[in-house]
Design a protein around this ligand. Structure first.
Ligand SMILES: [Zn+2]
Length: 237
């Protein structure tokens, strides 16, 4: 068996650990989805606040109109009861006008009530959205804090493992490392197969006597006849 098979097998185990950590790092949730929710919530709040502002302006406007309408009505009523107008037709016309104004005022009153109700509803909405936003914001910050902590720990661990790999690779013949890496690429990251009872433990094929003899006696890299992986029998020297 090749003198570096034990080290190549170690390298494969280390590579598997590195791959696992890289996968975990990649799978970490940076909180992007939460941040989008937060943005949406903020935009919703902004829209309701604008709506509230618009309704308030409209209500104030309506109040002013209502006031001037009432003043006009009072002036006409004063006229009506002043005794200055005696012509019954004219009096009747005046009464009509007052009635008309009263009806318009009642309608404006109703409209104002509706506006106030809407203002109240938007105020409740603003309060709810602000609470939701605060909650989301605090959750998001907690999440990001945790994410950075996990990320930092994984990166530190990866750095240690990568240094270990560098040291390990330095101890193996470069041609053997090259062969290992090429096979890794081709065979899904598993270039070395353990041999147990003369059987390849990856593809479960029993080695021929010829191959096993070579593994026992030769110092080159011997591969499984079936899956092409480098064979490593821990019981051999
Ligand atoms: Zn095999």
């Amino acid at each position: 068996m090749h003198a570096d098979m034990r080290l190549l097998y170690e390298l494969q185990q280390l590579d598997a650990r590195i791959e696992k950590r890289r996968g975990e790092l990649k799978a970490l949730d940076s909180g992007e989805k939460m941040r989008r929710q937060l943005d949406e919530s903020r935009q919703r709040l902004e829209r309701v606040k604008q709506q509230h502002q618009q309704l308030t302006i409209t209500a104030r406007d309506q109040e002013l109109r209502l006031k001037s309408q009432e003043e006009k009505m009072r002036r006409l009523e004063a006229d009506l009861y002043s005794g200055r107008i005696r012509n019954p037709k004219e009096l009747e016309a005046l009464q009509h006008e007052i009635d008309f104004l009263k009806q318009a005022r009642d309608e404006m009153d109703m409209e104002l009530l509706r506006l106030w109700e809407q203002i109240e509803t938007t105020e409740v909405g603003i309060k709810e959205l602000e609470e939701e936003l605060n909650e989301l914001d605090s959750l998001y910050h907690k999440h990001v804090e945790q994410y950075l902590e996990f990320k930092g720990a994984l990166e530190a661990e990866l750095a240690v493992q990568e240094k270990l790999r560098e040291d390990l690779v330095a101890r193996i013949q470069p041609t053997a490392v090259e062969r290992y890496e090429r096979l890794c690429e081709r065979l899904g990251g598993v270039a070395v197969a353990l041999v147990e009872n003369k059987t390849c433990k990856v593809c479960h094929t029993t080695l021929t006597d010829y191959t096993y003899k070579r593994l026992e006696n030769e110092s080159g890299l011997i591969t499984c006849e079936s899956c092409g992986r480098l064979l490593f029998d821990p019981l051999l020297r």
